[in-house]
Design a protein around this ligand. Sequence first.
Ligand code: CTP
Ligand code: MG
Length: 180
Amino acid sequence: MSIPQLLFSSLWFILPAYAANMTPVVTGGGRTIDGGRKFLDGRPLLGPGKTVRGFACGVLVGSLVGMVQALLHPLLEPRLPLLLGGPLETALAGFLLSLGAMLGDLAGSFLKRRMGVERGEPFPLLDQLDFVAGALLLSLPLILPRLTWGVLAVLLLLTPPLHLLTNYAGYRMGLKSRPY
Ligand code: CTP
Ligand code: MG
C-alpha cells in the first residue's frame, strides 16, 4: 500500500469516530451523565462537560456517517484499499467506532478528574487520543484482519494535530470557548 493509500484508508476507517467526537460540541447540554455525583476522592465523577444528549447525538451522527460509508463501499472498493470487508462490516463498525469514541471520551474525563484536572482544562494527548483508543478497542474484532502498524501509526500521529485543528476551527466559529 502506498503512503497516500495508507493515509486515506486509515482516515476513512476512523471517520465515524471523528464525527462522533465533534458532535457534542454542537449538540451537548442538558442533563449530565454523572448527575453531579462525586467519586470517592470527592471530585466530580466525570464533570459537567459530559452530557447525555452529547453522548447520544455523538453515537447517532457517527453511526450515520458509517451508514453513508457503507453505501459508498461498493463504489470505492475496486479503486481504493478499504480496511473493512464489506458494507455490513462498515455500518457495524460505524456504530462501534462512535460508541467507542464516546466511551473513550468519558474514560478520559474520568482520568482527568482523578488527576485533579478541571473540566475543560487541557490534558495533552489524553484529550486528543482518548476517543481514538475507545473507538479502536470497540471496533477491534472488525478491523483486526486488516489492522497494520502503519494504520495504527497514522491514527496515533495524525489525530492529535487534526483534533487541535478542528478545535481551533470550532473556536473561530464560536462553537467552543477555548481554542484547543
Ligand atoms: N460534550 C457533551 N457530552 C459529551 C461530550 C462532550 O455535552 N458526552 C460537550 C460539552 O459541552 C463539552 C464539549 O462537548 O464541553 C467538548 O467536549 P470535551 O472537550 O470532551 O469536554 P471538556 O469540556 O473539555 O471536558 P473534559 O475536561 O471533561 O474533557
Ligand atoms: Mg476537552
